[in-house]
Write a protein that binds this ligand. Structure first.
Ligand code: ATP
Ligand code: MG
Length: 558
């Protein structure tokens, strides 16, 4: 697989350097550390591909670790979906699925150790006081009046915090570092808080929970992680990461090292669990797996392939500077994959009936159609006196360059005959309701006039055998400005036309017994997948992406 080729991104270079310097002789070990407070999105895919990819490239290991230190926002529904999504994407943590909550006892012991070393203290200040005394970027913070408590008093209070003697917010445990540090994260950060909250794994065993910045480096160290790869917003937290491991005596040659990379941001969508949750909760989408969502479950339902997403992550690369990636690049990767793998079929989204007057009534002919231009065999498609074509493929008063069907002109039906439009039938209001055409009987493949030069070829379906389907045409969920940016209130950017449902599309009968999840190219229309809403009598397709070369829309002047 191309995506597993040894990559030379800067994280890999850092690993090479470490190995050259004799560090990490036991091998490379990474982790993917989701917080189970939402579904994974395309940004997480970048982190998954990077972390599991580094392990693969370096003959190392990658753990899955749930960072479940925030009990009020977490849920087993998310734990399950995260595992399903990582497996779907093509990666496996083998027997190394861990939870930060597995380490609550050890983390507590490390906190006690810090207190004993005089490096942590219990602070009775309120959250507001702590915020006020933190200082600013230009001004040093103020030391808490509780900063110089004795080790004994701190141990006693911390034990009682754990025992549940105090209310939420009454006290916190803080690292004792430097209130004048230019880095605000080093100004005695809070490392434990009181929260009488039920945890989805540890139940009511704990009423104090470690802060992320405390739990994360230690979880990494406990698991023997060598390279703790995270996104750029944690760069300013790295000094604390190193301070903590150093203070607790972890050897610099074996302890984990944090390396930051730029997070993925995509145009026309949001990649923030908080915002995705808002879309779900406020009912702007049908759920986390709505095919317009940037979640992996949404992309999966939309019909995107794991290979396309991996290729995309590989293409965008890993950089040190944040940037916005155009969503059309992701679509490009999907088209490239589906162009190779999806069978071709014919479907008509907006049908116009065509009667072929020189084909005898009741006669059904089976024509051979290729499933794929490069590979994949043939199928038979029925052809008879009545067919449907796309309404857009006929124009009564067409300009010269319109090479589809128009009165008294010819067009080729894909895999079938050349037809000529002889008569246009209209209703009382003047709407075209039917066309009468004739076929050139020797123009099908192998016939005497098969190679006659005709400019246009259109798709069609046979009237009696075609299957009625609902086709959901998806567009971007959000409209971004020309620079790809969203307004502050992203809800205002919701695209009202992000879903158009076509109720009476007609699909050739070969798709009849295909399972949900099967992907096709509908000739000339795009790539489509059978949706999971499909029932025995209601076939539902999602449009994955249009074809790149969309046909120009030429409007009738009258
Ligand atoms: P969100 O902002 O959506 O809530 P998060 O960073 O809080 O995301 P986590 O569950 O903590 O979500 O993320 C797990 C891992 O995935 C972290 O290492 C995080 O850095 C990484 N990650 C999250 N979002 C992105 C992104 N957009 N691009 C790259 N990596 C990401
Ligand atoms: Mg997070």
């Amino acid at each position: 697989m191309a995506e597993n080729e040894k990559s030379t991104n800067f994280v890999q270079q850092a690993i090479d350097e470490d190995l050259k310097n004799g560090k990490y002789t036991e091998g490379i070990h990474t982790r993917f550390p989701p917080e189970p407070n939402g579904y994974l999105h395309i940004g997480h895919a970048k982190s998954i591909c990077l972390n599991f990819g580094l392990a693969l490239n370096n003959n190392g290991l990658c753990n899955l670790r749930f960072d479940d230190t925030n009990p009020t926002k977490e849920d087993v529904e998310y734990v399950d979906s995260i595992q399903e999504d990582i497996h779907w994407l093509g990666f496996d943590w083998q027997d190394r699925k861990f939870y930060a909550s597995d380490y609550f006892e050890k983390l507590y012991d490390y906190a006690v150790e810090l207190i004993k070393r005089g490096l942590a203290y219990v602070d009775d200040s309120t959250a507001e006081e702590i915020r006020q005394n933190r200082g600013t970027l230009t001004e040093a913070g103020k030391e808490s009046p509780f900063r110089n408590r004795s080790v004994e008093e701190n141990l006693d209070l911390f034990t009682r915090m754990k025992a549940g003697e105090f209310a939420d917010g009454a006290r916190v445990l803080r690292a004792k570092i430097d209130m004048a540090s230019p880095n605000i994260n080093m100004r005695d950060p809070v490392i434990y808080r009181i929260a009488h909250a039920h945890h989805h794994r540890t139940g009511d065993a704990w009423c104090i929970y470690p802060m992320y910045d405390f739990a994360h480096p230690l979880s990494d160290a406990i698991e023997g992680i060598t390279h703790s790869v995270c996104t750029l917003e944690f760069e300013d937290h790295r000094p604390f990461y190193d301070w903590l491991l150093e203070s607790l005596g972890f050897d610099v040659n074996t302890r984990p090292r944090q390396i930051e990379f730029a997070r993925l941001d995509l145009t026309n969508t949001v990649t923030s669990k908080r915002k995705l949750l808002q879309l779900v909760k406020e009912g702007h989408v049908s759920g986390w797996d709505d095919p317009r969502m940037s979640t992996l479950s949404g992309l999966r339902r939309r019909g995107f392939t794991p290979a396309a997403i991996r290729n995309f992550c590989n293409e965008i690369g890993v950089a040190k500077a944040n940037s916005l990636v155009d969503i059309s690049m992701l679509e490009h990767c999907v088209r490239e994959d589906l162009n190779e793998t999806a069978d071709r079929v014919m479907a008509v989204l907006n049908p116009l009936k065509v009667v072929l007057t020189n084909v005898p009534e009741g006669k059904v002919e089976y024509l051979v159609a290729e499933n794929h231009p490069k590979h994949g065999g043939n199928r038979y498609i029925p052809f008879s006196r009545e067919i449907y074509i796309e309404r857009d493929d006929f124009m009564e008063c067409a300009p010269k360059k319109f090479f589809r069907l128009k009165p008294d002109c010819e067009v080729r039906l894909k895999h079938a005959y050349i037809i000529k439009c002889e008569e246009v039938i209209k209703d009382a209001e003047g709407n075209v309701i039917e066309l009468h055409c004739t076929i050139d009987p020797t123009s099908k493949s192998g016939g005497a006039t098969a190679n006659r030069k005709i400019k246009g070829t259109i798709h069609w379906v046979e009237a009696n055998s075609a299957i009625k389907a609902e086709v959901r045409l998806y567009d971007y969920l959000l409209k971004t400005d020309e620079n790809g940016n969203l307004p502050d209130d992203f809800i205002a950017a919701l695209n009202p036309d992000s879903l158009v449902v076509v109720k009476n599309a007609l699909i050739e009968p070969s798709v009849k017994f295909a399972a949900p999840g099967t992907r096709y190219q509908f000739l000339r229309l795009g790539y489509f997948v059978i949706d999971y809403d499909t029932t025995f009598d209601n076939l539902v397709f999602n449009r994955i992406v249009t074809l790149k070369d969309t046909w120009a829309k030429i409007k009738c002047k009258d």
